[in-house]
Design a protein around this ligand. Structure first.
Ligand SMILES: Nc1ncnc2c1ncn2[C@@H]1O[C@H](COP(=O)(O)OP(=O)(O)OP(=O)(O)O)[C@@H](O)[C@H]1O
Length: 395
């Protein structure tokens, strides 16, 4: 080939790649964690058949490891992972392994640096794939792989949860009451597939189950019109062209807790309010919790807030059932009995119940009081838009 032809071809290829990738990093270095027991146990097959060829075609550098037991992804990322060698950790799993990876990175001495440098992504191979639905816009493994190849670095708020003497990070949701119970107490009905959650939810709605608790909130936006406005403002911005956060130093660990832990006296400006007839307490950091459930349509990756839904458990059964249907129809946010606020911290103390269910990112934790505090942009993910979730918002 003549030199001038070569120059022409190179320029054409560069232009094509530029159009394909835009601001996204090319040839990402990806540590892949496969949970062979995620979902129906097909993660390895899905990875080999649907994901790996796409990474290979995009000339990504790939290093694959299987998780061997529960908690293994925490160990792998906390102890062994060199954060200078990778750009992305991709979890071929459900949301559980992603939760472990955030918590593994959080255990590192340079946690703040690790959580900023490394983008955590999900390749949907589990039974709960909310992270991929929100950031890749799909629960198809191959489409998610393509979204990761072309994904933009996106800062993500993470939440410290203190319970007992433990501090963990949550990236997705916290539920006390009906949502937690409908998911965690129906494990024996796994044969029903995704209908088990609906079944669990309906039986408790019909039984008018109550989950009394005392709750203190640090409210940031407390009316639906103001929440709608905040969402509109962010969604009308042009997508960011790059991640402008500085990389924290090698000595920067997790941020201090502004409001202390659940064992400290309640911050002075907070008030514990009894919720004696509470039906649902659900705090979300992403929009979709499952393919048909856009529970938190106003949530944003980087607003320093959790979206909190509270619903009184003593409302008429018909209204409660209508709210379940409204989630799918996208009319849930505007229902008058759905209390929707944006908060940056809270404490919840369940009461008058010997046993119960609390879910953090879909995993069961002890039925004890806990406190939560949002850290703005502490974590990093990849997304298609760079600043929004893939959900119909509340504009
Ligand atoms: N090799 C393994 N053996 C047993 N458990 C594992 C293994 N690897 C990972 N795990 C655990 O499996 C749990 C669930 O994983 P994941 O979220 O990937 O799948 P899932 O199918 O969506 O989950 P769930 O079973 O909660 O619905 C994680 O908490 C993780 O600790």
């Amino acid at each position: 080939m003549e030199k001038t032809d070569r120059t022409f071809v190179d320029a054409w290829i560069e232009k094509l790649l530029d159009r394909a990738y835009g601001a996204s990093q090319r040839q990402k270095r990806i540590k892949v964690l496969v949970n062979p027991f995620g979902g129906t146990g097909t993660a390895q097959k899905l990875y080999t058949r649907d994901i790996e060829p796409i990474f290979a075609a995009a000339r990504c550098e790939i290093d694959v490891e299987r998780t061997k037991h529960s908690g293994h992804a925490v160990e792998l990322t906390a102890e062994k992972l060199d954060t200078d060698l990778f750009d992305v950790i991709a979890c071929c799993s459900g949301d559980g392994v992603a939760h472990e990876v955030f918590n593994g990175l959080a255990k590192k001495k340079d946690a703040a640096r690790a959580l900023t440098k490394i983008a955590v992504v999900q390749l949907p191979c589990g039974s709960g794939n909310a992270m991929s639905l929100n950031l890749n816009g799909t629960d198809s493994p191959s489409l998610a792989a393509l979204a990761v190849v072309k994904g933009l670095r996106t800062p993500l708020d993470l939440i410290s949860i203190t319970q007992g003497d433990r501090r963990t990070l949550s990236f997705l949701s916290q539920a006390v009451g009906i949502v937690a119970e409908s998911d965690l107490a129906t494990e024996h009905l796994r044969w029903m597939g995704s209908a088990r959650f609906t079944y669990g939810f309906l039986t408790r709605l019909i039984g008018k189950t109550l989950y009394p608790a005392d709750i203190a909130l640090k409210v940031e936006i407390d009316t639906k019109p103001a929440i709608r406005q905040a969402y509109s403002q962010e969604s009308s911005k042009p997508p960011p062209t790059h991640d402008s956060r500085p990389i924290p130093s090698h000595t920067a660990g997790l941020p201090e807790l502004k409001y202390g832990t659940v064992n400290d006296p309640l911050p002075e400006s907070w008030t514990l309010v009894p919720h004696d007839t509470l039906g649902n307490f659900y705090a979300g950091n992403m929009s979709y919790m499952s393919p048909d459930a856009n529970f938190f349509p106003a949530s944003l990756p980087l607003d320093g807030c959790l979206d909190l839904i509270r619903i009184d458990g003593s409302i008429p059964r018909m209204t409660a059932i209508q709210s379940l249907l409204a989630i799918e129809k996208g009319t849930f946010f505007d229902m008058p009995h759905v209390d929707y606020t944006k908060i940056s911290a809270y404490r919840i103390i369940p009461k008058n119940q010997a046993h119960g269910y609390i879910s953090i990112d879909g995993e069961r934790v002890p039925f004890e009081p806990f406190q939560a505090e949002v850290h703005r942009g502490l974590g990093t993910v990849l997304s298609r838009s760079g600043h929004l979730y893939e959900a119909k918002g509340v504009c």
